[in-house]
Design a protein around this ligand. Sequence first.
Ligand SMILES: C[S@@+](CC[C@H](N)C(=O)[O-])C[C@H]1O[C@@H](n2cnc3c(N)ncnc32)[C@H](O)[C@@H]1O
Length: 444
Amino acid sequence: MVQLFSSTKTTKRQFQPYKIELDLNSLDHHGRGVGRYQGKVVFVTGGLPNEKVIALVTTAKKHFLEARLLKVLVRSNTRVTPKCKWIENCGGCQLQHLDSQAQILEKQAFVTELFKKNRVTKLNWQPAIQGNEWHYRNRARLATWYEGKKDKLHIGYREFASKNIIEVDRCEVLPEAFNLVLSELSAQLNLIKHKKYISHIEFNLVSKHKICLLKLTQNLVSDEIQAIKALLQKFDCILFVQLNEDAPICMHEKFEENELFYTFDKLKLSYGLNDFVQINSALNITMLELALEWLELTSTDMVLDLFCGLGNFSLPIAQQVKKLVGIEGVAEMVTKAKLNAKQNQLENVEFFQQDLNQTELKNDYHWHDFNKIVLDPSRTGAESICKNSTEWRAEKVLYIACEPNSLVRDSQYLLAAGYQIDKISLIDMFPHTAHVETIALFTK
Ligand SMILES: C[S@@+](CC[C@H](N)C(=O)[O-])C[C@H]1O[C@@H](n2cnc3c(N)ncnc32)[C@H](O)[C@@H]1O
């Protein structure tokens, strides 16, 4: 049975759930089936397009209802049996009941529809980039909740749109190596006295290492650390601890920080446990290969990599071009990007720190200097930068988007500046989740 744990007291007025029968015709951006009932839009968790269902309304707002699936009356031929036993509650992989190829088509249709609303109809979709459907997350953070009355630490994921924690003993998108650790680690953590100081557990598969990072609100005592370390050693897993916002500390003397890296071809990219890196590392490689192919790089190219992080796109690009300039907002990431360039003997690169909400390039370069631009912003997108695109001379702009609404908004500026969408592809970075990642090439 699913166990739900809440860390907050609820004071909401009691709502009486009620059953409705309706047809569903699309999916929303959370992966919920969408239909109508008595003139109101209804979002049904667990429902799929082309289904007739009975659903339990759990929230009623002025313009919409939220409901959860009770029974499928007419079943979609894309419905499959979910692999995970927590699918109904866990906020992680809400699309597991939809066939994986149908997930791609639904996500593509969702992006197409967003563009269409903005009067963009020519997209030239390319085949989606896909990797492993399961066990693809190289990095995952699990939440904890300490239940004082029972002196029990619960470990799991947050429930959809809630602070509740769903306790899990395995996860289908975690590497199996960590599934083996999870239940024994949970038992071990429950044996220690100061378990309530553990706020999160993060698993990382880094180069050849398995790492478990415990985030703490207060220090554990030495015996507790030793017991956890010994348990993890059984699984060849390395323990790091991090007290609040301090840097993570490795509990194994022989482990060197420079052992945290990933590779692309012969390049070695080092990073720290708190740095941004792509979570699906296998698909990151495929994405980089596609980016290089679409950019059609030559030895005379001058390339600007905006939101460059620690150089994930910059370094592979720099190997093929005359000059690469990377810009990134976080100073520590700029330092890492510079170190990565140095350790790979790349001398045609420069990295600068700049808040890209400002549109002037804060260095010796001008927009006119670059004939190719890469944009890989976070979810809020690159609006300020793209507003400025009338000034660009670049013949190719490659936009990697983790939020389709931002991509569509920013595309309006690029299109107005004379760019066309040459091609677009879905990157299936997070199968079974509602997350939609795309790569789009603009040309002029
Ligand atoms: C999706 S990550 C991409 C990083 C890198 N391209 C990669 O593939 O690993 C977005 C990056 O944009 C940076 N960023 C976010 N907001 C920014 C801003 N306003 N100015 C500059 N960089 C920003 C983040 O620090 C992060 O490194």
